[in-house]
Design a protein around this ligand. Structure first.
Ligand SMILES: Cc1cc2nc3c(=O)[nH]c(=O)nc-3n(C[C@H](O)[C@H](O)[C@H](O)COP(=O)(O)O)c2cc1C
Length: 149
């Protein structure tokens, strides 16, 4: 099992690029990683560290490729008490439901017993043409917190 499993949710590809960039940086920092774009529950090990990176679509909705995982978690309610996770949301402040998808995901994981490391990053694409940049800054502090988990 990789040290960190990155799980991306994306419609247009932006969040996938961010996840891949963060995976590269984690590898540079000495972690092993696995990056899954829109995985299903059966693709995941229910222990270890997950890093969720998702954009928001619709009106605060999850991208289509990560909605099935959300639905499975919600229906099956697995025990996630052996999972630590970090959360990165990408969205646009022009929507009232700014970064709504990561908020939904974060709430669900917490309700299933997963423990969150660090605060959720909420990246506004109106402010950041290159969302990888603020994501990388956030990752630096997240890595420091992981060492204390
Ligand atoms: C149809 C549409 C609906 C969107 N709805 C939201 C929203 O409700 N909240 C939000 O924060 N961003 C919203 N966004 C902005 C996207 O999250 C943002 O453009 C993001 O960079 C897209 O990432 P992706 O390439 O991973 O799909 C929306 C974008 C589109 C095109």
């Amino acid at each position: 099992m990789a040290d960190i499993t990155l799980i991306s949710g994306s419609t247009l590809g932006g969040a996938e690029y961010v996840a891949e960039h963060l995976a590269e940086k984690l590898e540079d920092a000495g972690f092993t990683t696995e990056t899954l774009h829109g995985p299903l529950l059966e693709d995941l090990s229910l222990q270890g560290t997950w890093l969720i990176v998702t954009s928001t679509h619709g009106a605060g909705d999850l991208p289509d490729n990560i909605q099935p995982l959300y639905d499975e978690l919600n229906a099956q309610k697995p025990d996630l008490s052996s999972v630590h996770f970090g959360a990165v949301g990408i969205g646009s402040r022009e929507y009232d439901t700014f970064c709504g998808a990561i908020e939904k995901f974060e709430s669900l994981l917490l309700s299933l017993g997963a423990k969150q490391t660090g605060e959720t990053a909420r990246i506004n694409v109106l402010e950041h043409d290159i969302p990888e940049d603020p994501a990388e800054v956030w990752l630096g502090s997240w890595i420091n917190l992981l060492k204390n988990d």
